[in-house]
Design a protein around this ligand. Sequence first.
Ligand code: G4P
Length: 526
Amino acid sequence: MPDIASEVLRRRTFAIISHPDAGKTTLTEKLLFFSGAIQMAGTVKGKKGGKFATSDWMEIEKQRGISVASSVMQFDYREHVVNLLDTPGHQDFSEDTYRVLTAVDSALMVIDAAKGVEEQTIKLLNVCRMRHTPIVTFMNKYDREVRDSLELLDEVESVLKIRCAPVTWPVGMGKTFRGVYHILLDQVILFRAGQGPLDDVEIIDGIDNPRLDELFPLEIENTRMELELVRGASHPFVLEEFLAGTLTPVFFGSAINNFGVREILDALVDWAPAPAPRDATVRSVAPQEEKFSAFVFKIQANMDPKHRDRIAFMRVCSGEFTRGMKFKHLRLNRDIAANSVVTFMAQGREQVEEAYAGDIIGVPNHGNIQIGDSFSEGEALAFTGIPYFAPELFRIVRIKNPLKLKQLQKGLQQLGEEGAVQVFKPLNGSDLILGAVGVLQFEVVASRLLNEYGVEAIFESTSTYTARWVSCDDAKKLADFEKNLGNNLARDAADSLAYLATSRVNLELTQERWPDIVFHATREHA
Ligand code: G4P
C-alpha cells in the first residue's frame, strides 16, 4: 500500500499564468513534451492551426481562438507527480482564473520579454500575493529582440512587488542569443533551437572559461558585465523567501525552442512546495491525514459535446482516493459513489485509480455540485477561501420566446452554479440580472443558452453599477435593511443576499446610512 505521506511529498501542483500571447500555451506544451507526457509538440496548441487542443472544447473557443476553460494536466517528472493547471488567459475570464489559483500550491509566471509586465499579469499576481503563493518566473522569447534584462527585473520588482532572484541569465538575445548562464551552478548552457528532452545539452563550466570567448566574445563579455550589475541590483535565491511568496526565482529562455524549460521543471520539483495543510471552517486539514477530503474549485459543462456532462473539478486536500470508494458531499449530506471519477492526463481523461493531496480529480454530475463544495469521508469540513468576485458588468436577460422561460431558468441556474456567470434574482420584480467580470462572459452565456438549452436570450443594459454581498450579525437589522431597500436587493444562485448599487456614490451613501450592514466585495462559498 502506498504511504500517503510520501505520495504527498512527491506532488507539485501549480498554475501557469500570463498575459495572453506571452507563450503560456507554448510553454505548457513544452513542459509536457519534456516530461515525456506527450511525444511530439502540437498536442496542446492548435488554436490557430485547425487541430483543436485538449483544452479547447467549446465552440466559442474555436471561433475566437481563445482558451475559455482551464484545463488540468498531470504528468510525471523525476519521480514526482506534477499537476499543471492552465488558466484562461483572456481577461474576461479572470474570475475563473482566480479560483484556479486557490487550488494550487505554486504558480509559474510567463512574461513576454519584449513586452514586460502586462495588465493581466498584474491582476493575477495580486491574487497570488493575497495567498502568498510561491512564484517561479520565466522570461520568454529571448530568440527575439527583447527588452533589457535588468530593466525587466526592475519592472517585476516595482510593478509586481516581488523581489527577483535571477537563477539563469541570458547570453545575448535575438539573432545573437547564445544561451543562458546558470548563476547557481556557474555553467553556461548553450542555446540550440528545438532541443528535445533526451538531447544532450552543451554545457560549458565557469563564466570565465576561455572557450566562451572563442565562441562568442562579444556576448559573453557583455554578459559578464551585466552579471556584475545583477549581483548588485538583484537578490540571491533564498528558498524560505520563495516559499513565503516574497521572492521569485527568474529564468530566461525561449519556450518555442524548448530552451530553458528543463530548468523550470527542475525548479518546480526541487523548490516548489508539496501540498500544505488547508483551512476548513472547523480545523486545518493536513495532506497526509488518512481520510480523504477535497473541494470543488471549478465546474465545467459539456466538455465533451458527445457526453453532455458536467464535470466538477476537485482538488484533493488529504488522504487517499481509490477507485470505487464512497465519499460524502457535505452540503447535501449525500454519498457519492465515485466510480466514474476521472483524472486529466495530457492525452485526455482517464479513470482515476488513486489520488492524493494536490491531485485534481473530476466528478461527472448532473448539476448538484457547486463551486466551493467540500467532500470528505464523513467529517463535517468546509474548506474556506474559494471566492466569488463582485461582478463589474450587468445585463438584464430577456427571451424572445416566453414559452422558453423554464429552459432559461434552468440554463441560468446551471450556468450560475458553474460560475460561468452570476445570476441575481431581484427581490422585487421578475427580471433576472446577470453579473460578469468580463463582457465576453455574456457572449459565452448567450451561445451556451442557445446551444445547450435551446433558448434565444437577449441581454439589455441595466442601471446596476456594482454588487456587494451583504450580511449582518443582527437579524432584525438585516430584515429592516431588506424591507427598506428591497428594490436594490437580489439573491444569487447560492441564495446569498446582494445589494445592487446604481453608482459608486449610491453604494457609499448606503454604506454610510447602514453602518451595521457589512458589504462584501467577494463571497466565499457558505
Ligand atoms: P498564450 O498561450 O500565452 O496566449 O501564448 P501562445 O503560447 O499561444 O504564444 C503566443 C505567440 O508567441 C505564438 O505566436 C507563439 O508561437 C509565440 N511564442 C511563444 N513562445 C515563443 C518564443 O520563445 N519565441 C518566439 N519568437 N515566439 C514565441 P503566434 O504567431 O501568435 O502563433 P503561431 O502562429 O505561432 O501559432
